[in-house]
Design a protein around this ligand. Structure first.
Ligand code: ATP
Ligand code: MG
Length: 213
């Protein structure tokens, strides 16, 4: 994008996810990418109905949105958008990135942040060719994802679609929402894996326990 001397284009990271619940690795990923790419801010976007997670019951979107807001509240560069939660139907990233681009014209550039486990499956995403063309990607390493496979897919996407993809290597943090849900269900502690405000929220609304409907 063209930059003139008196007009600085803002650079925003976008971290999409189910955030069921948001955990410290999500926050660490956001902070690492913000620093590494020197971005202005990170927008966390919880999905409404995620297209990829038909295998387990997803917690109500208002709870996931609220936990994301609580977790990011203390960081002045972290923001939360309800745009996918408010949209009807399944949440497709391509719609989100189109909307962000169209709303901001040429005032901002967006960097879609994604973990290696999710990027490896990018070719299963709706309209992924368009998505790769319209947005920059930042792929973050994740424990359990084969680095060679990842590099091959990154190269393929760059070559075939002219995609702009940055790879950021972070220290492995073995934290996942799946594990948090299972710990809560088993009555195990989740302190220090998720922010304390999120621990309190889960207790208050009795989320992830087997008695939750
Ligand atoms: P679940 O176990 O329910 O799939 P999750 O921990 O993978 O949850 P998501 O909401 O699916 O969390 O992830 C949102 C984004 O954050 C994805 O791009 C995912 O790859 C990335 N991500 C989540 N946890 C990590 C982690 N520990 N390291 C690197 N990236 C992560
Ligand atoms: Mg996941």
């Amino acid at each position: 994008m063209k930059e003139s001397n008196d007009f600085k284009v803002a650079r925003y990271g976008v971290l999409g996810g189910t955030f069921d619940p948001i955990h410290n690795a999500h926050l660490f990923v956001a902070e690492s990418v913000l620093e590494e790419l020197n971005l202005d801010k990170i927008i966390f976007i919880p999905s409404g109905i995620p297209p990829h997670k038909a295998d387990h019951k997803i917690t109500r979107a208002d709870h996931r949105l609220m936990m994301t807001a609580l977790a990011t509240n203390s960081n002045e560069r972290f923001f939360v958008s309800p745009m996918e939660v408010n949209r009807e139907g399944k949440s497709y990233t391509v719609h989100t990135m189109r909307e962000l681009r169209d709303e901001n014209f040429s005032a901002a550039e967006f960097y879609f942040i994604i973990g290696a486990d999710a990027f490896i499956e990018i070719e299963t995403w709706a309209m992924y060719e368009e998505l790769l063309k319209i947005t920059n990607f930042v792929v973050v390493t994740r424990l359990g994802s084969d680095d060679e496979v990842l590099d091959k897919i990154i190269e393929k996407c760059k070559h075939e679609f002219g995609a702009d993809i940055y790879k950021v290597t972070i220290p492995n943090l073995e934290i996942s929402s799946t594990d948090i849900r299972s710990r809560v269900e088993q009555g195990k502690r989740v302190e220090y894996l998720i922010p304390s405000a999120v621990v309190e929220y889960i207790k208050k609304y009795n989320l992830y326990s087997s008695s939750t409907s």
